[in-house]
Design a protein around this ligand. Structure first.
Ligand SMILES: Nc1nc2c(c(=O)[nH]1)N[C@H]1C(S)=C(S)[C@@H](COP(=O)(O)OP(=O)(O)OC[C@H]3O[C@@H](n4cnc5c(=O)[nH]c(N)nc54)[C@H](O)[C@@H]3O)O[C@H]1N2
Ligand SMILES: Nc1nc2c(c(=O)[nH]1)N[C@H]1C(S)=C(S)[C@@H](COP(=O)(O)OP(=O)(O)OC[C@H]3O[C@@H](n4cnc5c(=O)[nH]c(N)nc54)[C@H](O)[C@@H]3O)O[C@H]1N2
Ligand code: SF4
Ligand SMILES: [Mo]
Length: 665
């Protein structure tokens, strides 16, 4: 069998290049290749199992319409023409009777490809005047902070961590979420680098770290500010760098002054000696790099916390050397965008925050009449799951779910449409860790009658009379439009067309504040930008205390696991999930390992089994992200306990602000 080339478009920083073998239309082997050195010939276990996703019993093979009550998962097959006619008719009717705003697209991270998201889908929804969606469930607060301080300056390339003498993993768990960084860290450690982990639980790399700080969830802001205060207070702030390359450092210093190490120790639950050790490491080690993950952003203080974390290298003077600085998201590193594919500006309609879609679906003043779900599994991944479920159960709501498999959300659909996977369609991807872009081509025929996103949205545009003659239609025209209008289109176009793989133009390992600069007109770091300061409810770097109450005291976090990408691949997991509890918290409640428990708060409740574990700090419980209904005893998951309160910046999610009580059943 010939080996074919592909690339992984899943929501993962690593952006692997792949080698696949297909036999008689079925995927038989999928492995990492060496074209992209970061992939280095290996991939995660999830994608190695991709054949089970692509060819498994849950794979959607043909369009279907509902034949039983909502949520029952009873459907009957129809033709594509029939399904598309019904959808077009309901969209037209909703627009005529209630206005375009009564149509709501619901989408997020299924495939990060530029042909699959924000492309012809945006064209359709913009032209019909649908409600706009603020796609805020992930990276919204950290993205605002990264934009405000640095204009999304490219991060330290992950391979350049080999140069570092101090590596800080701050609210990030590469062993699950970015596996190719792990060997790089190990090699740096073998060469003498110090490793610090800041995470409320003992992640695998914390076991090999020189220092593990386990703050209470949501307290990274005082933690980072206390380090900044210590650096200034002890003569370790790089004042000449701050004067030359930053604005707003005096305001940052003033706000950090509220947080002495002892005060931060009390708020974060981290020993003052550990804070001081960490501060000393930051002041002395060079090169020093912070990998800032998405753990710190998913709470009420998330934007300010991320801003304070990524301000640290500026205060400590870590920039200008290979392996020095910070890495947040690298998604803006290669300048490719697909606005020309959308070919339609956003309409002047309302914007609905993705975190509050449940609320929007239950709103009776400005009701949603058509919900169109694609690239996402909102019933599993959005806050306030019970609200979401009640919204989807509304008899008068017409719901389309366009997915690869029968998700929990799809069971509530009126019409289900089968989507192709990246092995069956074209796409263009950009890594947000690895600084590469891939062009993906189909390596096998579509499974059943599955179709790619662009084909479905083009067909709906046609049916609704919304297509225009010069719209870029089809993969080749879409790629042309992207390359012709993107800042780096010319620089990477040839490589993408010829090799299917392009690296960042110019230096492959840019050094922050030497080769790459803040993307602000003054090329300076804005440590206290006015727009962020105005947006945050208590001002930038303003701290909001723990939302726990005497009735719901435990902090429930729901981090990623190795087994799913968000909820993708959840159908392949057969066993039930457990909630991890610290031994102290378990014994205080008379709970033993394996007991069935009820986890609850004002939003909802989950029934599952307990796992007693000292890998968490006391006061913190864990039930992973991405679970499906089948993984608990009552069909509810961690998201049933997550409030739809918003973070301080970017309207972001507060998944880790769930506060709960747990009782034995
Ligand atoms: N295998 C796998 N890979 C993935 C994903 C997946 O679901 N599975 N998801 C992908 C996506 S969508 C994303 S956004 C990235 C996310 O990548 P990561 O940021 O690595 O993942 P998370 O699991 O969100 O959070 C990381 C860590 O933050 C910790 N944490 C929770 N609350 C806090 C806090 O308040 N402060 C601090 N310091 N730490 C905290 C958690 O214990 C967890 O270990 O990974 C991507 N890669
Ligand atoms: N409790 C809790 N919940 C969380 C988080 C958390 O930390 N805790 N993290 C959040 C984060 S970081 C994220 S990014 C979100 C992600 O939330 P979602 O966007 O809902 O992501 P997935 O669960 O991966 O669902 C993606 C779906 O898209 C489908 N899909 C993939 N490719 C295509 C395609 O080409 N076309 C179509 N039509 N469908 C496709 C997949 O089969 C899958 O069902 O979840 C958030 N939810
Ligand atoms: S999910 Fe991440 S590690 Fe796994 S194949 Fe895709 S890019 Fe690579
Ligand atoms: Mo995410």
């Amino acid at each position: 069998m010939p080996t074919l080339r592909s690339a992984c478009p899943l929501d993962c920083p690593d952006a692997c290049s792949l080698e696949v073998t297909v036999d008689e239309g079925r995927l038989t082997r999928i492995e990492g290749d060496h074209r992209n050195p970061f992939t280095d010939g290996f991939i995660c276990a999830k994608v190695r199992r991709f054949a089970e996703h692509a060819h498994g019993p849950e794979r959607l093979q043909q369009p279907m319409v509902r034949s039983g009550p909502k949520g029952s998962g009873q459907f009957e097959a129809v033709s594509w023409d029939d399904a598309l006619d019904r959808i077009a008719q309901r969209m037209q009717q909703a627009r005529d009777e209630h206005g375009g705003e009564s149509i709501l697209p619901i989408c997020y991270g299924g495939s990060n490809g530029l042909l699959s998201q924000g492309a012809s889908d945006a064209r359709l929804f913009h032209r019909i005047g649908a409600s706009l969606l603020a796609r805020t469930v992930c990276a919204a607060p950290s993205g605002r902070a990264h934009q405000g301080l640095y204009g999304r300056m490219p991060g330290v390339p992950l391979p350049a961590y080999r140069h570092a003498r101090l590596i800080v993993l701050w609210g990030v768990n590469p062993s699950s979420t970015s596996i190719h960084l792990v060997p790089i860290i190990r090699r740096a450690q073998a060469a003498g680098a110090t490793l610090v982990v800041v995470d409320p639980r003992r992640i695998p790399l914390a076991k090999q770290a020189d220092l593990h700080l386990a703050p209470r969830p949501g307290t990274d802001l005082p933690l980072a500010l206390s380090l900044i205060e210590w650096l200034f207070g002890n003569g370790h702030a790089d004042l000449s760098f701050l004067a030359e390359h930053t604005t707003g450092w005096e305001a940052l210093r003033e706000r950090a002054a509220a947080w002495s190490l002892p005060k931060a120790a009390a708020e974060t639950g981290v020993a003052v000696d550990d804070l001081e050790r960490f501060a000393k490491m930051l002041s002395s080690a060079s090169p020093s790099v912070i990998r800032c993950g998405w753990g710190p952003e998913r709470n009420r203080n998330g934007g300010s916390a991320t801003a304070a974390i990524i301000a640290l290298p500026a205060v400590a003077g870590h920039f200008g050397v290979p392996g020095g600085g910070f890495t947040m998201s690298n998604s803006a590193t290669i300048g490719l965008h697909n606005q020309a594919v959308a070919a339609a500006p956003p309409p002047a309609t309302r914007t609905i925050n993705l975190n509050r879609v449940g609320r929007a679906l239950l709103d009776t003043e400005a009701p949603v009449h058509v919900a169109f779900v694609y690239n996402s599994n909102p019933l599993s991944t959005l806050p306030e799951q019970e609200r979401m479920r009640r919204g989807l159960a509304r008899e008068d709501l017409f719901t389309v779910v366009f997915d690869q498999v029968m998700t929990d959300t799809a069971r509530y659909a009126d019409v289900v449409l089968p989507a192709t996977t990246f092995l069956e369609h074209h796409d263009v991807t950009r890594g947000y860790g690895a600084m590469v872009s891939h062009r993906i081509e189909p390596v096998m025929p579509a499974v059943g009658e599955a179709r790619p996103n662009w084909m479905v949205f083009d067909a709906l545009c046609d049916r609704l009379g919304l297509s225009q003659p010069d719209d870029p239609r089809g993969p080749a025209a879409m790629l042309d439009a992207i390359l012709a209008t993107s800042p780096d289109g010319e620089a990477v176009g040839q490589a993408l067309r010829e090799d299917g793989l392009a690296s960042r133009p110019g230096d492959s390992e840019p050094v922050q504040m030497r080769d790459v600069w803040p993307r602000h007109p003054d090329r300076k770091i804005h440590l206290c930008p006015a727009d962020l300061d105005a947006e945050a409810p208590t001002g930038l770097y303003g701290y909001r205390p723990d939302p726990g109450t005497p009735t719901h005291p435990l902090a429930l976090i729901s981090p990623s696991t190795r087994r799913t990408t968000s909820s993708t691949f959840g159908q392949l997991i057969r066993d039930k999930a457990t909630i991890s509890l610290h031994p102290q918290d378990a014994s205080a409640r008379g709970i033993e390992d394996g007991d069935r428990v009820r986890v609850f708060n004002a939003c909802g409740e989950v029934c599952c089994d307990a796992h007693v574990s000292d890998q968490l700090r006391p006061g913190v419980a864990m039930l992973p992200k991405g679970l499906w209904s089948r993984h608990t005893h009552n069909g509810a998951t961690s998201n049933a306990l997550v409030p739809d309160a918003l973070a301080d910046l970017g309207g972001g999610a507060t998944f880790n602000d769930a506060r709960v009580e747990v009782v034995r059943m």
